[in-house]
Design a protein. Structure first.
Ligand SMILES: Cc1cc2nc3c(=O)[nH]c(=O)nc-3n(C[C@@H](O)[C@@H](O)[C@H](O)COP(=O)(O)OP(=O)(O)OC[C@H]3O[C@@H](n4cnc5c(N)ncnc54)[C@H](O)[C@@H]3O)c2cc1C
Ligand code: FES
Ligand code: FES
Lengths: 755, 486
């Protein structure tokens, strides 16, 4: 860990940068933490959802009478119980939660029951009769774009989509600058390749779960595992046609989300069942439901063309990206098109993106949504150019790296960024110089993510016993309660263990955007620091009042109010605890709060270095060594930053090597379980080494940048580059499962012999 | 004897009489006992979030502590056993158990949903064996999925727990466990609830009798297949007969040059013995599922289910194993290959039970090579498994039994390939000829695990790999360092 050496942050911190125990740690190791499925309510019913076995079918009718009459059944619902909202996004979310006129993918919900037991609910599902007219289906992105493809829904195509496509193509986007054709002419070598990546799933271990209660006067309570209780409130109140204030959403402890819990799947269903039955209803998704009917990633098909001079200067880049995001319009390809070439300082670059609808579940965000596949394609071609021209892949990246002042292909001009620092650190790292054995290969790749800020709201209460309560509205998925508490402690100058941070329900705090976009440590941290500053100002005012001096004559230092200089008077400093203890006599409780639409999140770059070995007899790949280099701005809790870097890298390794959605000819998902949707286990992995770099983000008082997402971006290409070098053949399809690698080796063999 | 299911839960005796026999331990813990620390991530034995500690007295009377998946464990299988959940580990005064403390201090949890399962896997290992090496920790934890951490901090915590002071309360509890277990009934169980029966005989005669009388009953051993039918297909048979309490079926015996493995011997129990005689067989068993499944799944169940991708049959067939069956009083013995008639069809009459499998102990010159190919190294189902028992003499192949899984509707010998080797000098040319002959032996299927072409190609490559390993000592032919033990 080169953290200390490479710290460039100028400010001295006392709490930030240390590694205290996480406040939720004990609850988690003792099993006390309460997740989505862990709550029960008196009189609670079990909700179960009937799902379409067909990938595409018109629903002629649904007969629920037998189910309604079955013993123990308290409510049965279908789309007929809902009204379509006016807002298009809300409508799509509802139709995804409950099919209206058509079942759009294998696993699409078509009806639901609430019954007194699991067994009664399951038995009732079997009694629901759905009359389907099975329609032709399409699950592959290239197939879905062809003019004669079965159309998922008419009338969703944007005008920007040109001629010659199926109506499934909903949108087109384009970014870039400069004359790429001129750029390609200047190149000494141009490589164009096509790539495909399969959809993957976030794979959070906790399935979606919620518990809904309705009161007779139309108020509702919802307990659920989500990345954003306010999002759930907004969506569900729109769908249920109720005022936001009437629905209180309390987030449970969340068992992983990675973007997959930034929307709803079962919550409106549970609410409707609760409303209809008049009793609390709990729904817990099964693992196969999660894989079939929550929100996996897009799958993609891409063409990338890059030109390079003999000395490694990229002269032009062009990427055409085609993503499918399931049975609804989806904007993720735009992120891919913006991110594809973000790591490079280019004179001529063009990216184009098309989104297509298919008979698959509606995609949801997954760590840096849209970026991993696009950057995989670009970084693969860059690597192949390096191989072809005999250039060092890190030197080439350093030569072309985006830096402060670079105009990115998506239009912005970067300020301080850490890409070159990451590349240089990788180059200097012993890993890069370590010898490789036979059958082994080394791959590198850059990664990028925008990072977001957004609507944020924090309240900080100074308690009379000298402790501090921070109230925030973002479910803690990676240790943010600790990081937020640390920033509050830092700013107030009190020990970390005097601060407790809590994530609260929607009635207790103003609106917060979901936990996504790597925004929490940045934006909630920013608001927390500002809230602490407000509390400090108030405490200075109280001290001034006690001392009988001007508020301006008091400063805050090391957790105490002090006269700001000899002229201000000679009073012993008052600690936070002392001021808090007498707050009642000085004007009442002390608190600070801050509301902001946070801007300036600061983009983030990373570089991954990996060694693999490929088994020529079986096509299996072993990851031997892995090092992550990433700019964290300022690492508030370095263990958690490392945790994000390692966790993202491992998800990317899974994506690169084994994880994939496998649809059969019949359009059904064939591997809807953890045994065949293979996420890595401990023995698949080496220890993931990490090097945190700290290039402060000017947009945050402590220099913090989001770190959670960038780490999933580089592994796809880093591993593909390593495998391609180890195997001596370029792999262009993900995942690089053993059968794919063996087939590629096989295809290369006769050619090699013939040459 | 009619009666309730009697067990120890977190140190307390609990008798259960009111839940259907197919109620899983997980559902019962969470819904009936309010013990929500044990999590549900899949209900298929794949993720380990539901891991609990399972205790019983071994054949030698010593306490055994092993991890088990609560999600696929029918509750009556706990009759006579002890269950320990995550809620039990900390001291009564709140001090954390070393495995918990190491996880908390080492930041082994992010979202924490996987944490109770990991903690329980670590606890079982902590109670049973010394500080694990990193490789050993990987093997111990291969049945637990974590999506947040990348595993590094967790693997480190498994070791770091051994640096912390001994938890005297936990040692005392373990010392008292045999006495607690001894209070539980040792007689047969005949449990009935919700109009459905669960019978657990304790002698082989009783078992054979019960099975013959109830030919429609489901025979249950470790429930690592049957448990999934319950959670995925809502399987609820009228009668279940469990083999796990029949002492005679849980024996491993060696005499007259023969190893006899009782049908109810678990992977965990068989592993060391198999490894001692056939090191590769030991490594193969170590790669079946994760520790939680290996503690429950049985050799007999893996054979009786007739799966073409079960890992035990090819290895046993290659060794020339024989299968013992019993129907009421009638006993018979057949070669193991003959048991597998066709996809989904075995030579077993309704009411007949598998009692044991026997294999000749290795004679001079015999070596067994087992090569499992799956997408993931651990915790994955076989795409192709090749098990090759060759007896070499003076550079010639005297005997060859080549058995494959994943290449046909049943585990099957490659007779044509065997013929290409037997009596021939053991050379690359002959091995190539045997590989070519595999296309006479098999016409594999394409499914989502692998294509027909991949299967055939790999089946052939495995013969070559086996040859290289036998002829070039020290040659590196396998990617992952095989981890020892189970
Ligand atoms: C997560 C997971 C991973 C797995 N990975 C692997 C793997 O890598 N390799 C592999 O080979 N398997 C694997 N399996 C399956 C494997 O555990 C089972 O096949 C196991 O061996 C079955 O044994 P059991 O005792 O649990 O059988 P049960 O589930 O109890 O029974 C299985 C079948 O055998 C019948 N049966 C059981 N005992 C007898 C008997 N004595 N006489 C007659 N019939 C009997 C039952 O009626 C049933 O039909 C995995 C399972 C899971 C859940
Ligand atoms: S819940 Fe996943 S193994 Fe039991
Ligand atoms: S900590 Fe989230 S799954 Fe392991």
């Amino acid at each position: 860990m080169a953290l200390d050496k490479q710290t460039t942050a100028k400010r001295e911190f006392k709490v930030v940068g240390t590694r205290p125990l996480r406040p939720d740690g004990v609850d988690k190791v003792t099993g006390k933490a309460l997740y989505g499925a862990d709550l029960t309510a008196p009189g609670m019913l079990v909700g179960k959802i009937l799902r379409s076995p067909h990938p595409h079918a018109r629903i002629r009718s649904i007969d629920t009478s037998a189910a309604e009459a079955a013993p123990g059944v308290k409510a049965v619902i279908t789309h007929a119980d809902f009204t379509l909202p006016d807002d298009e996004d809300m409508r799509d979310i509802l139709v995804n939660c409950m099919a209206f006129n058509k079942a759009l993918y294998d696993g699409h919900a078509v009806a639901a029951v609430a019954a007194i037991s699991e067994a009664a609910a399951k038995a009732a599902l079997k009694l629901i009769k759905v009359d389907y007219e099975v329609l032709p289906h399409v699950t592959d992105v290239d197939e879905a774009m062809k003019p004669d493809a079965p159309v998922i829904e008419r009338g969703r195509q944007a005008e920007t989509v040109g001629e010659g496509f199926s109506e499934n193509v909903t949108s087109y986007c384009e970014f870039g600058h400069g004359d790429i054709e001129a750029g390609f002419t200047r190149a000494d070598h141009v490589i164009e390749r096509s790539f495909k990546t399969e959809a993957t799933h976030q794979g959070y271990i906790e399935p979606h779960a919620c518990l809904a209660t309705f009161t007779t006067d139309g108020k509702a309570d919802l307990w659920c595992c989500t990345q954003g209780q306010y999002m759930v409130r907004r969506v569900c109140s729109a769908i249920m046609d109720m005022e936001a204030s009437q629905l209180r959403v309390t987030p449970s402890e969340i068992g992983g989300g990675f973007g997959g819990k930034t929307t709803v799947f079962i919550e409106p269903v549970a609410l409707m069942l609760a409303k209809k039955s008049g009793r609390p209803v709990k729904i817990v998704m099964s693992r196969s439901d999660v894989l079939r009917a929550s929100g996996p990633t897009c799958s993609s098909s891409m063409d990338v063309r890059i030109g390079m001079t003999k000395d490694g200067r990229i002269t032009a880049g062009h990427a055409k990206l085609r993503y499918q995001g399931g049975a609804f319009p989806c904007g993720t390809v735009e992120m891919g098109a913006m991110a594809a070439f973000a790591a490079y300082d280019l004179e001529a670059v063009r990216t184009q993106g098309w989104n297509a609808m298919t008979n698959r579940p509606k995609q949801a965000a997954y760590r840096a949504p849209g970026a991993p596949m696009a950057i995989y394609a670009v970084e693969s071609v860059v690597d192949e150019l390096c191989q072809h021209l005999g250039l060092d892949p890190l030197d080439v990246r350093l030569k072309n790296a985006a830096k402060a002042g670079t105009k990115a292909s998506y239009g912005v001009t970067f300020t301080d960024i850490g890409l070159s620092a990451c590349l240089a650190a990788a180059k200097a790292h012993p890993h890069y110089a370590a010898p490789l054995g036979p059958g082994q290969g080394r791959g590198v790749s850059c990664g990028f993510w925008f990072n977001f800020g957004g609507d944020t709201c924090v309240t900080l209460n100074v308690n009379m016993d000298g402790t501090v309560s921070v109230t925030e509205g973002n479910p803690d998925i990676g240790g943010s309660r600790a990081s937020i508490g640390m920033m509050a402690a830092e700013e107030l100058g009190v020990p970390f263990d005097k601060v407790r941070t809590q994530v609260v329900d929607t009635a207790s705090l103003g609106y917060n955007e979901v936990t996504d976009g790597s925004r929490v440590t940045f934006a909630v941290g920013l608001a927390t620091i500002k809230a602490a500053q407000a509390a400090k100002a108030e405490m200075c005012r109280r001290a001034a009042m006690i001392w009988g001096i001007d508020a301006e004559a008091v400063t805050w230092e090391d957790g105490c109010a002090k006269p700001s200089g000899p002229n201000a008077g000679d009073f012993p400093p008052m600690t936070l605890a002392e001021i808090a203890a007498v707050s009642s006599q000085t004007g009442g409780p002390i608190a600070g709060h801050h509301e902001v639409n946070a801007d300036g999140a600061g983009v983030s770059f990373g570089v991954h270095l990996v060694d693999v070995e490929v088994d020529p007899e079986t096509g299996a790949t072993k990851v031997l060594r892995y090092t992550v280099f990433q700019d964290a701005g300022k690492a508030v809790h370095p263990d958690y930053v490392e945790g994000q870097m390692q966790g993202g890298a491992v998800q990317g390794i899974g994506w690169a090597l084994n994880e994939e959605y496998i649809y059969g000819e019949d359009g059904r998902l064939q591997n809807a379980g953890f045994l065949d949707y293979r996420v890595p286990v401990a023995s698949d992995l080496p220890m993931i080494d990490t090097v945190i770099l700290e290039i402060p983000n000017p947009g945050h008082p402590y220099g913090v940048r989001g770190v959670g997402e960038t780490s999933i971006v580089p592994p796809l290409a880093a591993i593909a580059n390593a495998v391609s070098r180890a195997a001596g053949v370029r792999l262009t399809e993900l995942p690089m499962s053993p059968p794919r690698i063996l087939a590629a080796l096989d295809a290369a063999r006769p050619k090699a012999a013939a040459e | 004897m009619q009666g309730p299911v009697c067990m120890i839960l977190n140190g307390q005796r609990v008798d259960v009489a009111d839940v259907p026999p197919t109620t899983t331990l997980l559902a019962w813990l969470r819904e009936r006992r309010g013990l929500t620390g044990t999590k549900e991530g899949c209900s298929e034995g794949d993720c380990g979030a539901c891991t609990v500690g399972l205790r019983e007295l071994g054949p030698d009377g010593k306490l055994v502590t092993m991890p088990a998946c609560a999600c696929i464990l029918p509750l009556p299988m706990l009759h006579g056993r002890e269950i320990v959940t995550v809620e039990r580990l900390a001291a009564p005064d709140g001090r954390l158990h070393p495995v918990q403390q190491a996880m908390a201090e080492g930041h082994g949890s992010q979202c924490g949903f996987c944490t109770p399962g990991f903690v329980m896997s670590m606890w079982c290992a902590y109670r049973s064996e010394p500080r694990p090496s990193p490789e050993r920790a990987d093997a111990l934890l291969a049945g637990n999925l974590c999506r947040c951490t990348g595993y590094g901090p967790i693997v480190a915590a498994a070791s770091a727990a051994h640096d912390l002071p001994r938890p005297e309360w936990d040692d005392d509890d373990a010392a008292a466990a045999p006495t607690r277990l001894a209070t539980l009934p040792t007689t047969a169980l005949d449990y009935e609830a919700d109009g459905r029966r669960f019978i657990a005989p304790v002698t082989l005669d009783e078992l054979a009798d019960a099975a013959a009388r109830n030919p429609d009953a489901t025979i249950l051993s470790g429930a690592t297949d049957v448990g999934l039918w319950i959670t995925k297909r809502h399987f609820a048979p009228a009668t279940i007969i469990w083999t796990g309490r029949v002492a005679g079926l849980r024996e491993l015996k060696e005499d007259d040059g023969t190893l006899t493995i009782g049908a109810a011997v678990t992977y965990r129990e068989a592993a060391a013995r198999l490894a001692a005689h056939w090191p590769d067989f030991g490594k193969l068993v170590a790669r079946i599922a994760g520790a939680q499944i290996r503690a429950l799944g049985t050799v007999g169940g893996n054979i009786a289910n007739g799966s073409p991708i079960g890992d035990m049959p090819p290895a046993l067939i290659a060794l020339g194993a024989r299968l013992q069956l019993r129907h009421g009083d009638k006993r018979r013995e057949i070669t193991l290959d003959d048991f597998f008639l066709d996809y989904g069809r075995q030579d077993r009459a309704p009411g007949e039970i598998v009692t044991a499998v026997t294999a000749p102990l290795p004679g001079k010159g015999l070596h067994l090579g087992c090569h499992k190919v799956s997408k993931r190294f651990d915790q994955d189902i076989t795409s192709v498994l090749g098990c090759f028992a060759l007896t070499l003499e003076d550079g010639h192949v005297r005997q060859a039994r080549l058995a494959y899984g994943g290449m046909a509707g049943v585990p099957k010998r490659a007779r044509a390939a065997e013929q290409a080797l037997i009596g021939q000098p053991y050379t690359r040319e002959q091995v190539d000829a045997a590989a070519a002959a595999l296309s006479d032996d098999f016409a594999p299927l394409t499914d989502m695990r692998a294509s027909a072409r991949y299967r055939m190609q790999v089946a052939q490559n495995l013969l070559l790999r086996d040859y290289l390993e036998r002829t070039t000592p020290g040659v590196e032919t396998r990617l992952a360092p095989a981890t020892e033990g189970v």
